[in-house]
Design a protein. Structure first.
Length: 130
């Protein structure tokens, strides 16, 4: 009897519960690491899209500064940077600023479709007649 009592109290290896808990902990850690490695690529894509939209707006601002003040009108605009964005459109809204005919407020908006939904970048500038 003494021999059997010594064998039953001796414990070697891991129990099934300990093995399952270890596997679960490793899986949670791997999922977290995979998420953290995928996040920078998503943020990089969004930053590139914002940059392309901002460049399109900047180019349009430079273009409208070169045209006649009285010829400024609302409408859409195109730009090579817009072609790189999915479903992108560029809009230009021109209004007299403060009721004055010597200053115009120009709002430029670029809208495109992102995997998470519609995104927009907008900028407003004031132009005056010289």
């Amino acid at each position: 009897m003494l021999l059997l009592a010594g064998l039953t109290n001796r414990r070697t290896g891991f129990t099934l519960v300990e093995v399952l808990m270890g596997i679960a902990l490793i899986m949670v850690s791997l999922v977290a690491i995979l998420y953290l490695t995928a996040l920078p690529s998503v943020l990089n894509r969004q930053s590139m899209e914002d940059l392309r939209a901002s460049r399109a707006i900047r180019d349009e601002i430079e273009r409208i500064r070169k045209i006649d003040f009285n010829a400024l009108s609302s409408g859409s605009f195109t730009n090579p940077n817009l072609a790189k964005l999915s479903g992108a459109t560029g809009n230009r809204t021109v209004t007299n600023y403060g009721g004055s005919t010597k200053m115009k407020q120009v709002t430029l908006t670029v809208t495109w479709v992102d995997p998470k939904g519609q995104r927009t970048v907008s900028s407003t500038v004031l132009l005056s007649r010289m």
